[in-house]
Write a protein of this length. Structure first.
Length: 193
C-alpha cells in the first residue's frame, strides 16, 4: 500500500513523502491516526502544500524544544537497584523509569514513548536517546549500580574490566603463534610410531 505522509513519522519518513508500507500498518495505524492518506492522484497534487506546512510546523517545534534539548543533552541518571552477584538486575529499568527520573531532574515532562532504549537488565553504564522531534534527539547517560554501592565504584570496576579484556586480547593474539609452532611437532609424533 502506498501512502502520502501528512505528518513526520519516526523511522518512516517526513511529511510529504510517499512511502510503501504494509497494508495493516497503513490501514490500522497511519490513516486512523491522521499521519497519512492513501497516495491517490488527488492526494499527490497536494505534496508541495503538505511539505511547506510541515516545514513551518517542524521549525516552530524545533525552536520551542531547543532549550529543552540543551537541558537534556548529557544528563546522567543514577539508578540504585537490587542485583545479583553476576550483575543481573532483579527486574529491569524501563523507558517509564527513565522518563520519570528525567522529568524529575530537568523539571520538564518527558513521555516514555520518546525515550529510545531497550530495557536495562544488568548493572553498568548505558546511553539512551530522547526523541523530542525528528531533528532534536539529545543523548543521556544512565548509570545502574547495586544498592549500597556508589556509581564511582561501578566506574572503577568497569575500568578494571576493560583493562582485563585488553590484557586477555593481547594474550589471545600471542597464543595462536605459539600453538602453530607446536602443532607440526605433535603431528609428527604419531607418524613416527
Amino acid at each position: 500500500m502506498k501512502v502520502l505522509l501528512i505528518k513526520d513519522v519516526y523511522k518512516l519518513g517526513r511529511a510529504g513523502d510517499v512511502k510503501k508500507v504494509a497494508d495493516g500498518y497503513g490501514r490500522n495505524f497511519l490513516v486512523p491516526q491522521g499521519l497519512a492518506v492513501l497516495a491517490t492522484a488527488g492526494a499527490l497534487k497536494q505534496v508541495d502544500r503538505i511539505k511547506s506546512q510541515a516545514e513551518v510546523r517542524r521549525s516552530t517545534q524545533n525552536e520551542e524544544l531547543k532549550e529543552v534539548a540543551a537541558l537534556i543533552n548529557g544528563v546522567a541518571l543514577d539508578f540504585a537497584v537490587k542485583a545479583g552477584e553476576t550483575g543481573k538486575l532483579y527486574g529491569s529499568i524501563t523507558t517509564q523509569d527513565v522518563a520519570t527520573a528525567l522529568t524529575e531532574k530537568i523539571r520538564h515532562e518527558v513521555k516514555r514513548q520518546s525515550v529510545d532504549m531497550m530495557p536495562i537488565r544488568e548493572v553498568g553504564e548505558y546511553t539512551a536517546h530522547v526523541r523530542l522531534t525528528m531533528d532534536l534527539v539529545p543523548e543521556i547517560k544512565i548509570v545502574v549500580h547495586r544498592e549500597g554501592e556508589s556509581a564511582d565504584e561501578l566506574q572503577e570496576k568497569a575500568a578494571q574490566d576493560r583493562a582485563a579484556a585488553k590484557e586477555e586480547k593481547k594474550r589471545s593474539r600471542k597464543a595462536p603463534a605459539e600453538t602453530e609452532t607446536e602443532a607440526p611437532a605433535a603431528q609428527e609424533t604419531p607418524a613416527a610410531e
